[in-house]
Design a protein around this ligand. Sequence first.
Ligand code: GAR
Length: 227
Amino acid sequence: MSAKESPARPPVKLAVLISGEGTNLQAIIDATSRGELRADIRLVVSNKAGAGGLERARRHGIPAQALDHRQFVTREDFDRALVATLNSHEVELVACAGFMRILSPVMVRAFPNRIMNIHPALCPAFPGVNAQKAACEYGVRFSGCTVFFVGEGVDDGPIIVQAVVPVYPDDDEARLAARIHVQEHRIYPYAIRLYQEGRLEVRGRKVFISDFPTVHNSSAAINPPLP
Ligand code: GAR
């Protein structure tokens, strides 16, 4: 990604939802600091009070709060509280980054095509939890990560960016997860940047990116490589 900015558009008012360490949150913060992404990170929310990512946000002066899902009777009740919190911070775009909650229609319809998620597999393969373990056990030669717009299904919304990594027969879940994480940290800030620049248009299942050179090359990644 080049450091070119788009001064015509204001920074995107962003909230990041997390449940864990927040290394993707860190990548978004870092891309913003480097000027590669114009984002005003207004809020970080975790459904787990002990999530490391909350502390990470506070260290960078970003408001961070826990919203414990166990305090709500239904998924919809939790999502209503989440929508109210996000609206009170005038959030425009929501980035789920390791947020291990399925969003109900209450949340999805409050932010139509304005919620992104990242999944550690090449969607629609291996949806849900433990995607890296599932990929290792299946024996695929490639996996990767996907940034997509959240719809009402699980990990099946319109795809914005994907990155592919090789998988080797002696990989375990941790090694594959680490390889995928490196690419997640590149493509998530990139996807948010495309949104901030006003370049994403969802038509049905597909996301079209404006001002993008349509070079259809025929190169292929092959694993194991041909001799
Ligand atoms: C990431 O690998 C992300 O793809 C995954 O959780 C991890 C969070 O890491 N998300 C899912 O599995 C969602 N189905 P992080 O807290 O270090 O950003």
